[in-house]
Design a protein around this ligand. Sequence first.
Ligand code: NAP
Length: 347
Amino acid sequence: MQYRPLGKSGIDASAICLGAWAIGGWMWGGQDEEDSIKTIHAAIDAGINIIDTAPMYGMGESERVVGKAIKGRRDKVIIATKCGMRWDLDEPKGRAFFKTDEDAISPDGAKQVYVYNGPESVKYEVDQSLQRLGVDHIDLLQTHWQEETTPIEETAGAIKELIEAGKVRAFGPCNASIDQIERYRSVLGVIATDQEKYSMLDRSIEEDKLPYLAEHDIALLAYSPLANGLLTGKMTADRTFPPNDLRSQRARFTVENRRIVNEALDQIRPFAEYHKVTLAQMVIAWTIAQAGATHALVGARHPQQAIENAAAGSVYLSDDELAQIAMIIDGLEDKVGSSSIPQSGVK
Ligand SMILES: NC(=O)c1ccc[n+]([C@@H]2O[C@H](COP(=O)([O-])OP(=O)(O)OC[C@H]3O[C@@H](n4cnc5c(N)ncnc54)[C@H](OP(=O)(O)O)[C@@H]3O)[C@@H](O)[C@H]2O)c1
């Protein structure tokens, strides 16, 4: 496993991180708690030392399960969690994001979810997260999404206080523009990480974001590097999803798109065979080999997946291999379309 710094925070994290969204069950068709705990233990045993969760993942469930799994192993794990997605507000605040019933994904009825980064809310959420996780500090706090009703400087001010109080060690935004990152930097000085969607199918940040992060020594936590499992080579035409699994509603997962992606992966297969690794491992290794893409945040819900994904942290691709793979995946993103567009007719 390669370990790389989270920017200038003084924290070194495994290049392969464990993403705990699916472990929350919500939006992923449910999840077995025992499987989740075994997955987290397998990840740690395989050298992964950072787990990314969020209050929003299962509305507290992912953090609760992560907390349970790391009992007795706290010293081995960097806990990254988030704030700023509220499903529990009595009145509208921030930016209305989505209603949970719109996607048939709510475990306990419809809820309006807001993106809200108000200072008092950030502090409240951190206390809630500490309780659910059963820890006395969060290693990396991240604003889950950005919103326009709270000046970023005010959110950053609250985060600064949380760092000074010892409740948080380092900070990084998610889903933020360069301008927004600059505003966080103006208050906090050091931004450890930026969390963004990045994979062979989501490459828009290559043009400006990745060079910016590299220049300013900010680590990238590349989320959904397997495009929610589409880039594993295991997403065959016969795989079905329950209606409360987000993939049942994403145009990316049409049978035709699976065919297009698997055709590209077939061309990558010889490289995987040469390295004696799986396609998923090859895809993850490609991700962390890109300039500026320091860490891949890979979701797993079964121990075997965590072990397989962790091993990708020991795969090194040559410049020649990377150049050949670049040619194979050139234009692939355009062929399969955006990851967030629902299939027509499906709400
Ligand atoms: N900040 C944000 O806004 C944001 C947004 C999205 C994600 N994230 C973070 O990024 C993490 C990863 O993203 P993601 O979960 O969306 O997608 P991902 O990592 O691209 O895909 C994860 C899914 O792929 C399947 N999978 C994983 N490893 C596999 C393997 N070796 N072989 C076959 N299938 C495998 C699993 O689902 P199945 O077994 O069901 O197929 C798994 O849940 C999340 O957990 C979360 O921590 C953050």
